[in-house]
Design a protein around this ligand. Sequence first.
Ligand code: PEP
Length: 253
Amino acid sequence: MRRYFVGGNWKCNNTLAQTQSLINSVINKLVFDTNKIEVAVAPIFLHLPWVQANIQKNVQLAIQNSSLTKMGAYTGEISVEQVKDFGIPWVILGHSERRQFYGETNEIVGKKTRLALDQQLSVMACVGEKLADRESGQTTNVIQAQLAAIKKELTIEQWSKVVVAYEPVWAIGTGKTASPEQAQEVHAFIRGWLKSQIGTQAEQATRIIYGGSVTEKNAADLIKQPDLDGFLVGGAALKPAFADIVAAANKGR
Ligand code: PEP
């Protein structure tokens, strides 16, 4: 019932020539069933015009961040109105690197999510615990607080445009993937939270994707988990391995 979703977060990687090569040699060669799976990639802002003009029609575009402020005198920002105006459908918000390096709190992530949804953009909302949280038994408390800050800002209807990305911070860019069981445990918790806090419709329809050192080697095992609806991919999204990850999601459970 839920379409799988695979996002490629390219972070602050690639020169324009490298992005062009990635699009031509990997992204534009992806073959998948759009009835079963959605695919979106997030280049840096500066590369978006070229990518938008040259990417295959089945792959959607995302940006990696949007401003907490609207259009106006806010030097260095890009607002959700401008993202919408440019025809970019997806925004990644709350990524742990934004939280860690740019001071984004749960409240900021909640407010940015509302601004994006008010412009009818779709949001990959990232949540996830640090290693110390996991080791001290705080995983679900941390995730609950991250989700609650988003809930506070949204109407029930707006959840239909949210994909929740569970990304344990200790697994991002480290080569340490959550085991399928560890991922499923948290995904099931998030689905239960959606049921109790938002409603049955959100519980059943919301995609919960996993991110954290997903590769072509572990994707097929992870996707077998019943509450795992796809991936948010960092490092492997810059390589031909991304095609294998999309293929694993396209095959499904
Ligand atoms: C990410 O940054 O969203 C991510 C999951 O990175 P990686 O796949 O490199 O761990």
